[in-house]
Design a protein around this ligand. Structure first.
Ligand code: ZN
Length: 147
């Protein structure tokens, strides 16, 4: 595994739409391993492809002992709403309150291409939304409710 450099706002890479992953090979596995290591080292709860300069639909999320790797994630169901603080490893030293669904269901593939689905609530649901937004070139402060 290796640490990757984290792309910082306003680098235009963060505003690009990512392409789907089509090849599930060792290179994808290494990318996900590196993203996990980079996220942990940076003390983050999530990291998406564009944040390490890769314009593919991949993201990792880690909240306490919960860890997940998303390949080609799609939010297929949401319920309720929550407002809470968010920050981003690509936008240092800033945070703001963002409105998100309270519960989300995400369909995705694992690193081997297997179709999976996960449902989460609260902070983990927030992290899912934040990371999946990155894959569409969106940053959390686009949605800030209050500073
Ligand atoms: Zn972020």
């Amino acid at each position: 595994m290796a640490l990757r450099d984290i792309v910082k706002d306003p680098n235009p890479t963060l505003r690009k739409i990512c392409r789907p992953v089509e090849i599930f090979d060792d290179k994808l596995g290494r990318l996900l391993d590196d993203m996990k290591e980079t996220m942990i080292k940076a003390d983050g709860v999530g990291l998406a492809g564009p944040q390490v300069g890769i314009l593919r639909r991949v993201a990792v999320v880690m909240v306490d002992d919960f860890y997940i790797e998303f390949v080609n994630p799609v939010i297929v169901k949401t319920k309720g709403s929550q407002i809470g603080p968010e920050a981003c490893l690509s936008v240092p030293n800033k945070s703001g309150n963002v409105k998100r669904p309270f519960r989300v269901t995400v369909d995705y593939q694992d690193r081997h291409g297997k179709e999976m689905s996960v449902t989460a609530e609260g902070f983990i649901a927030r992290a899912f939304c934040h990371e999946i937004d990155h894959l569409d070139g969106k940053l959390y402060y686009d949605f800030i409710e209050e500073k």
